[in-house]
Design a protein. Structure first.
Length: 179
């Protein structure tokens, strides 16, 4: 029988071999972290810091490299589909994320800062990216659209005025020559 995530996902997911999604979900529901004991405290601090900023973060450490980095994203999606929030999955050299509230652009910017070789530092860097002020792309795009529309309107008004002025001048010239 396929895992429940297959029922809600239009495509089959590819979870790293030997990973028990049910166990991970149970662990992150309790503490927000599924990791080796020696890393739990530092990772829990990152989860708490994210929570202080209103971000429901879960962190999962996979001890071995998966065959493909997409497997970590699929694992993050599987955990997120069952538990919700934002999920960061780290292996020794790869990362995968999922969020039901944070844009993919922001997640990927955070992912870019996780390649440190140290899971706790990586998690802190990821949280730093999530909590720092984000560029208001919607507002900037709206402003740009308004500016372009204003320039187009102004250009059309100037051209119409020149056309009317030229037509009046031509009419005056043709009218003065008949007298």
């Amino acid at each position: 029988m396929p895992e429940p995530i297959h029922a809600v996902s239009p495509f089959a997911t590819d979870i790293p071999a030997g990973v028990d999604v049910d166990s991970i979900v149970a662990t992150v529901r309790e503490s927000g972290v599924s990791a080796p004991a020696d890393e739990e405290a530092g990772l829990s601090d990152a989860v708490a810091r994210a929570d202080d900023h209103g971000i429901d973060l879960s962190i999962v450490i996979v001890p071995n490299e998966p065959r493909h980095d997409s497997q970590l994203r699929d694992l993050a999606t599987a955990v997120g589909a069952r538990d919700g929030g934002t999920v960061l999955v780290l292996s020794p050299g790869q990362v995968g994320t999922f969020s039901d509230s944070i844009s993919r652009v922001t997640l990927e910017a955070g992912q870019d800062r996780t390649y440190t070789g140290n899971h706790v530092v990586a998690a802190d860097n990821f949280v730093d990216t999530l909590v720092e002020d984000q560029t208001p792309w919607g507002l900037l795009t709206g402003g740009l659209v308004v500016a372009v529309a204003a320039v187009a309107t102004l250009t059309a008004a100037v051209k119409a005025r020149r056309y009317r002025s030229a037509a009046t001048t031509d009419h005056a010239r043709s009218g003065s020559g008949d007298s």
